[in-house]
Design a protein around this ligand. Structure first.
Ligand code: AMP
Length: 361
């Protein structure tokens, strides 16, 4: 029988989290602080989130028996990453409330659907064109005014599944290099800098947005988020309004992040929606009374949202690969979070550190 969520999940109840990386781990810790239990479902053993909760399932994400077991034990289910097989989510959604729901996943799992959705809300995006053949790649390039980026419609992250194209031939070759998977070709945006907005929407439509940080990427991986960044007060309000418009249109419950390009003319261009807690919101753990992780668990469990007010200026830096060897000196210089990963592979996010300053100094 389908479980419903007419009332909040009371303390002692169990929230299911699909995915066992650092985001699942920090969500489980937040749930625990609220007196809720977190059950982690991962397709791999030994994942970071297993270190913080005894409630664990290991199976492929489309395993029906495990999904049924998850639904039996949990009052609500959420996820830490958006690439869960759609039919698994549909199956699970027939048994237990899944937040955010199928609409948010279906929209954000496919870059073409996502871009059409964002443009349909009247928000700015980079120019984009569907590409399903080398010929279409050439034609799409011809419609751009400068360089382009070819991106696979599905399963890309941290720059994977993306290639720059500086000519029509290049675009066709990039399409082949990406394995002939369905793609979009985006116009390359000569932005001033990148920013993002992390916000929460409750199932009752309540809304709380954090101040948008300015973000710096290196080799396609987030290096640093600083809040405040260079956004003006008007841009801060506009970024929060963009997040609200998207969350309302998706009938969203939970935390979402909207990645933005800030144009040289000051305009905000939507790059991507992440239907989950986000690396650019980690600073909220120290700088806000209610972090993005707690906020997400509150929304999933049907609790009232907390305050997203910021009490300090913050700079969050990721600790990537070998950098984790300096943990001792890092521990002296800020609020250190290590994710419990044994293997410091290049490009792997091993932890992060947040440094605070009093507001506005
Ligand atoms: P994405 O996977 O779409 O979030 O892209 C990862 C990163 O690649 C972004 O954070 C940007 O730094 C860069 N990027 C992606 N798309 C564009 C674009 N259309 N124009 C310029 N830079 C881009």
């Amino acid at each position: 029988m389908m479980k419903t969520l007419d009332k909040p999940v009371p303390p002692g109840g169990t929230i299911g989290i699909i995915g066992g990386g650092q985001l699942g781990r920090m969500m489980a810790l937040a749930a625990s602080r609220l007196g809720l239990k977190a059950l982690i479902y991962s397709d791999l053993p030994d994942v970071p989130a297993f270190q913080v909760t005894p409630l664990q399932l290991v199976a492929p994400y489309d395993d029906r028996a495990t999904l049924s077991g998850l639904a039996n034990v949990c009052s609500a289910v959420t996820f830490e990453f958006e690439n869960i097989p759609a039919d698994a989510v549909e199956f699970l959604g027939g048994l237990v409330p899944v937040r955010p729901g199928a609409k948010a996943l279906a929209t954000t799992q496919d870059r073409l659907i996502e871009k059409n959705f964002v443009a349909g809300l009247g928000l700015k995006t980079a120019p984009f064109f569907e590409v399903s053949s080398p010929q279409q790649a050439r034609e799409a390039f011809g419609r751009l005014t400068g360089e382009g980026i070819l991106k696979t419609r599905r399963l890309g992250y941290d720059g994977k599944g993306q290639m720059r194209a500086i000519s029509a031939d290049d675009a066709a070759l990039a399409f082949q290099a990406l394995g002939g998977a369905p793609c979009i070709l985006e116009g390359f945006v000569e932005f001033a800098y990148e920013a993002s907005v992390v916000a929460a929407r409750g199932a009752d439509g309540s809304f709380a947005a954090y101040d948008p940080p300015e973000n710096v990427h290196e080799h396609h991986i987030l290096r640093r988020s600083s809040v405040p960044g260079r956004l003006t007060p008007a841009q801060v309000e506009e970024a929060k309004a963009i997040a609200k418009k998207i969350a309302d249109a998706l009938d969203y419950a939970g935390v979402l992040a909207v990645e933005l390009f800030v144009g040289k003319d000051g305009g905000l261009i939507v790059n991507e929606i992440a239907p989950r807690v986000h690396n650019t919101g980690h600073w909220t753990l120290e700088a806000c009374a209610c972090s993005q992780f707690e906020q997400h668990i509150r929304a999933v469990a049907g609790w009232p949202l907390g305050s997203a007010e910021r009490h300090a200026d913050a700079v969050m830096e990721n600790i990537i690969g070998d950098e984790v060897r300096a943990w001792e000196s890092l521990a002296r210089s800020g609020a250190l979070h290590l994710y419990g990963k044994a293997d410091a592979k290049p490009g792997r996010k091993m932890g992060h550190i947040t440094r605070l300053k009093p507001l506005g100094r």
